[in-house]
Design a protein around this ligand. Structure first.
Ligand SMILES: [Fe+2]
Length: 439
């Protein structure tokens, strides 16, 4: 299941949640409390089953707690993933909706550093609600509560799968709702979720949720609580694998950042420039409708767009005044040099083309090849717009920074000549819709 990790998914401590995000959290918590009160007051057999299955609940709550206390941090967003849905879904079968709610609410007691009380209460409510609704869906479709016997199969499968889908939808829906509401300066609303690889997480969660049925079946087959222990081992292997993947991505990001820093050390005027171009490029890519993996890749392209400046003499880069023809030739060479540097990265062909052509102009007056219009790779056109916006809104020794409105208006003037007008319109629309955030 996905959850906030320490600094809740937005990189901001929960104490700094916006009033709307706080209201949202309060509504989720109240909904969970209302469901709990209603279920406790119910005399339905399936609800009281949750209370009576004490030992089962303790074991499943422990399983949930172990998983939830050791989540895998997800790349780029301060969110985390753990296979704890297996425990909640096992509770749906073994202990009913109320039992599943109780197991999900164990998140309140998870042993995790940096997760404050607000986050714990929100996570516990989110998981509790997910567990309870999954349990209700399971019962609605004819699922029976208790240790499943051999003759319960295959009839139990469809109610269980629907319960798992309901559970994952509620978990992802509630968390994404929070992600969309939290304040985040470095990306727009779509940027808050871009790093989550939603389809991957959704199907991972569904897959691990089905382990809940395995636990229940093994439990009913005579293994009892040992079923939970048997399932813990593969769960932790999976967690380790997810951790390796995330660590690899973080190492990749750190390498990119180190390269950028090398460029910025040489070219004093580009301090922070690459980071801003990365954010601007990602914003445009999201507006174009690129899938999240592409948006992440173009973010890297933005970070590295001037890496070729490593091959340009420092005297040229730091020159205060107009460049001679020879110096300008050397400066222009950075586009090709950047592509050369990236040629060593496997699968970096699109990145290479983006770097090679990020100084082409839409009317063919740019360099290095004088490509025009859609001959220029889309990624390079995106970088060009983001690069120009960041340059215009940055201080230079020879010019002060323009405001966001002035820069957007300049970009609009250059639409169709220097820049791709469609991309300028997308950037402008998005910036205005977000009240001109700092890119
Ligand atoms: Fe450049």
């Amino acid at each position: 299941m996905v959850t906030g990790n320490g600094h809740r998914s937005n990189g901001e401590p929960s104490s700094r949640l916006s009033p709307v995000a706080r209201l949202y959290a309060v509504v989720v918590v109240l909904a969970a409390v209302a469901v709990l009160v209603q279920a406790l007051g119910s005399d339905a057999e399936t609800d009281s089953a949750g209370i009576r299955s004490g030992f089962t609940l303790v074991v499943l709550a422990l399983l949930f707690g172990v998983c939830d206390s050791t989540p895998t941090t997800l790349t780029s967003r301060q969110s985390a993933w753990s296979p704890s849905s297996a425990a909640t879904l096992a509770a749906v079968v073994l202990a009913g909706p109320l039992g599943a709610l109780a197991v999900g609410a164990t998140s309140l007691l998870s042993v995790r550093r940096g997760v404050d009380l607000t986050q714990r209460v929100f996570n516990a409510s989110m998981y509790g609600l997910g567990g309870y609704c999954a349990g209700r869906a399971y019962l609605l479709l004819g699922g029976t509560v208790g240790q499943p016997q051999r003759d319960a199969f295959p009839a139990i499968i469809i109610p269980f799968v629907v319960a798992a889908v309901v559970h994952v939808f509620i978990n992802h829906g509630l968390l994404l709702g929070m992600l969309m509401l939290v304040p985040l300066v470095e990306a727009g609303p779509k940027g808050r979720t871009a790093g989550l690889h939603i389809p991957l997480l959704f199907f991972s969660d569904l897959g691990y949720a089905t382990l809940g049925l395995l636990i229940a079946a093994l439990w009913g087959g005579g293994l009892g609580a040992f079923a939970a222990i048997l399932v813990v081992v593969p769960l932790f292997v999976a967690r380790w694998a997810m951790g390796q993947f995330a660590a690899q991505e973080r190492a990749y990001a750190a390498t990119m950042a180190a390269l950028c820093q090398a460029v910025e050390t040489k070219d004093l005027y580009t301090r922070g420039h690459s980071d801003r171009v990365a954010r601007g490029s990602a914003m445009i890519a999201q507006e174009v409708g690129m899938r999240s993996s592409r948006v992440e890749a173009i973010r890297y392209a933005g970070m590295l767009h001037d890496v070729g400046k490593l091959g340009v003499p420092t005297t040229v880069l730091q020159k205060n005044g107009p460049l001679t023809e020879d110096e300008f030739y050397l400066m222009k060479y950075h586009a090709h040099m950047g592509a050369e540097i990236l040629s060593t990265i496997p699968g970096g062909e699109i990145l290479q083309k983006a770097l090679e052509h990020h100084h082409e102009a839409f009317d063919g007056s740019g360099y290095p090849q004088g490509l025009r219009g859609e001959q220029i790779p889309l990624w390079a056109r995106i970088l060009a717009v983001a690069d120009a916006y960041v340059n215009m809104t940055s201080d230079h020794p020879f010019a002060t920074a323009r405001t966001a409105e002035q820069a957007l208006s300049e970009l609009e003037k250059g639409s169709g000549t220097r820049y791709d007008g469609m991309l300028v319109r997308l950037l402008s629309r998005q910036m205005k819709s977000e009240n001109l955030p700092q890119v």
